[in-house]
Design a protein around this ligand. Sequence first.
Ligand code: ADP
Length: 262
Amino acid sequence: ILLGGSLIILAIAFTAGYFLAGRAMIPINQSFARQREFVADASHELRTPISVLLASVDVVQTDEDNRFSAFSSQVLTDMKDEIRKMSRIVADLLTLARIDANVVELLRETFDSRIVAGHVIRSLQSLANAKDIRLQLDCDQAGEIQADRSRISQLLLILIDNAIKYTPNHGTVNVKLEIVYDHNSKLKITVRDNGIGIDQEHKAMIFERFYRVDKIRSREFGGTGLGLSIARWIVEAHQGTITVQSELGKGCVFTVMIPVDG
Ligand code: ADP
């Protein structure tokens, strides 16, 4: 009887504690939700003024009547670079806020991964040219896949943009796409660079939000520390995996495996 009584008291105490703790969590959860909403709203609202700023600088730069000194022209170019960086940060924050709010859904469609990779490579070619980096694409063994086209494009953009950013002038960035068969069809993406590489101690952390190995350097390159966390979300939303192999000073190899039917 004694044992039974103690068990009942324990059960009541446990249940009461559980509900009280649950109630205590409600304001915390609400505050997180409000914070997420604020980030989403703020980044959404910032998009328009940023686009207007960018367009305005464009208008001034392309106005044939302008008689700016070389110094003023340089200031305009620098302004444009900074606005572009701001635009990327805002876009990344908006993506993460949407991910947190669970409002991002994958839009699966059938498309040719070679075409998407080709577009991404072309969009980054001038960045690579500016650093005399050889940007190679090998996608002979890739083909049609079923996945979220714009997210796969965003993933490639993040990985290749990083590879160019963290590779010194005259380096090489190699991008390979292939369909491999391992229980089911998978798209394997390999992005290899011969840049600065990542130290062992930082490797596990680079997929975390706002984590940057070298903050000053990353900021200089326009980095936000958000790219790889978005990349990881895209891969995991597709039930895939992303890994990195690296040796400091020798470069990095990012490998993505994504199940793709079709
Ligand atoms: P960032 O916007 O700073 O590039 P990311 O989330 O994309 O943020 O990357 C996180 C950090 O991982 C970077 O700041 C950089 O230190 C490191 N990193 C990412 N890709 C590479 C790479 N290809 N080579 C060396 N370091 C890299």
